[in-house]
Design a protein around this ligand. Structure first.
Ligand code: NAD
Length: 484
């Protein structure tokens, strides 16, 4: 396996050159804070400006390049990611903390996304419409938007950059990406792959650094045409305000408080496995995590007992250990937030059935046992606010109607799941759950790479990401009239 050299400074990619930053970021392993995963440059506002100018300069030629060139670039990136999956998976596990199996899965997802959009580059079709005026023809075509600013979070440090970069490039845009300061390693590796695959100078630029510096420059620059952001609701609202004031196109993917409904008629094993996977895997650090388990009275006690038994058997520890199910929390700040919410839950009168303790590993890291609360009501803060850790709650309800009402009673609307063997309830839930993605007898987290991703209410804003739907954001429509 090719490992990162910890003495090398990984620099920003600006106008096809590797450029030193204003500052250096020590990227540390959350499972062993003594271990430096790598040194990464932090860009200044000036660096960001140069990257944006380079993208602007590259745009005319790239937007007019043929689909073959874009296909070939993206296909090469896809193939290289897949060929380096073990090494990239290890880097991801070491900088973010999810288990190696989950990390490698995420790397393969990034490869698949580039593969999908390499095909989409060749499938850019338009419409020919007969005009109401004889002799006039109307053509509807899609064109690239221009320079796209991408701002990404730490929890999917390769998949989320991939699902923004790939469509942006496929449709002829140029890119400036700022990954999360906590996890620059995967974005840097992706930048190296895109650069070595032959992206022309300035078409793709990487500026690592802080949101308040580099991110703010991307939002404020008049040379940026559109911004795609994934992160917290608070930052997302500010991103939207700033972009709309400048009439930049904007797309936001934000938080979740996703319900998983378990009905009396559910298959118990299916329900328990959906809850276990959806709420706790990837250390619960997923926007699609099922943090609210809404369970009808007839199955409640059996469900809680079976889930608790499974939770107690989960091993928390080093993500590179194949016996470990749950890696560390990403950093001290997130661990502190998780602990605070466990305390809030107890103060609100919920029963902590298991977990919620900070534990020591073999190495100094941010380890926490998965926590399950019962006896909660949907009004409690632990059921209204996104915790973003391995913490889930059980809300006991009388029947399906109450379950649906509680599921929809939230400020968020990303993903919603139901476990049932009743086709009527499954079909009704698919229609009436107020979320962008619905899962029946499946975990709320874990979606395909070629289908639309996104939500409603406070979870998302703007067009969907992924699949063919991604072109709604990354292209603009032109209608042209021709009289021969
Ligand atoms: P965050 O909002 O703190 O940061 C996201 C990105 O925004 C980072 O790159 C950060 O540096 C940047 N940023 C911060 N302040 C900025 C500013 N003033 N100007 C410009 N950019 C700025 O989020 P996070 O902690 O990295 O990620 C966790 C959040 O992401 C959770 O709320 C989670 O639900 C959400 N998330 C959502 C999805 C989704 O698709 N809906 C997917 C993954 C994560």
């Amino acid at each position: 396996m090719k490992m990162n050299d910890v003495t090398k400074q990984h620099r920003n990619l600006i106008a096809g050159e590797w450029v030193e930053g204003a500052d250096v970021n020590e990227n540390r392993n959350p499972a062993n804070t003594d271990e430096i995963v790598g040194l990464y440059a932090r860009a200044s506002k000036d660096d960001a400006r140069r990257a944006i100018a380079a993208a602007r300069a590259a745009f005319p030629a790239w937007s007019r390049s043929g689909p073959q060139q874009r296909h070939d670039l993206l296909k090469k990136v896809s193939d290289t990611i897949a060929a380096r999956a073990d090494e990239l998976g290890e880097l991801l596990a070491r900088e973010e903390g999810k288990t190696f199996a989950e990390a490698k899965g995420e790397v393969m997802r990034a490869s698949q996304v580039f593969g999908f959009f390499s095909g989409e580059a060749l499938r850019q079709t338009g419409d020919a419409i007969d005009s109401v005026r004889p002799g006039v023809e109307v053509m509807v075509q899609r064109e690239a938007l221009g320079v796209i600013g991408l701002i990404t979070p730490w929890n999917f440090p390769i998949a989320i950059p991939a699902w923004k970069i790939a469509p942006a490039l496929a449709y002829g845009n140029c890119v400036v990406i700022k990954p999360a300061d906590l996890t620059p390693g995967c974005a840097w590796a992706l930048a190296e792959i895109i650069h070595e695959a032959g992206a022309p100078e300035g078409v793709f630029n990487l500026v690592m650094g802080r949101g308040s510096e580099v991110g703010a420059e991307i939002l404020d620059s008049p040379e940026i045409d559109a911004v795609s952001f994934t992160g917290s609701v608070e930052t997302g609202r500010m991103v939207a305000r700033t972009c709309v004031a400048q009439m930049k196109k904007v797309q936001l993917e934000m938080g979740g408080k996703n319900p998983l409904v378990v009905l009396d008629d559910a298959d118990l094993d299916t329900a328990v496995n959906c809850a276990l996977n959806g709420a706790f895997f990837s250390t619960g650090q997923r926007c699609t995590a099922s943090s609210r388990l809404i369970v009808t009275a007839g199955i409640h006690d059996r469900f809680v007992e079976a889930l608790t038994e499974k939770l107690r058997a989960l091993k928390v520890g080093d993500p590179m250990d194949s016996a470990v199910h749950i890696g560390p929390v990403v950093d001290e700040g997130q661990l502190e937030q998780n602990r605070r919410y466990v305390k809030i839950g107890q103060e609100e009168g919920a029963t902590l059935v298991c977990g919620g303790e900070v534990i020591e590993g073999d190495t100094p890291g941010h380890f926490m046992t998965p926590a399950l609360f019962t006896g909660t009501t949907n009004e409690m803060r632990i059921n209204r606010e996104e915790i973003f850790g391995p913490v889930a709650t059980v809300i006991k309800v009388a029947d399906y109607d109450e379950a649906l009402r509680v599921a929809n009673d939230t400020d968020f609307g990303l993903s919603a799941g139901i476990c049932t063997t009743n086709l009527g309830h499954a079909a009704h839930f698919r229609r009436h759950a107020e979320a962008g993605m619905i899962m029946v007898n499946l975990p709320t987290a874990g979606v395909d790479y070629h289908t639309p991703f996104g939500g409603r209410k406070g979870s998302s804003y703007g067009p969907r990401e992924q699949g063919q739907y991604a072109r709604e954001f990354y292209t603009t429509v032109k209608t042209s009239y021709i009289q021969a």
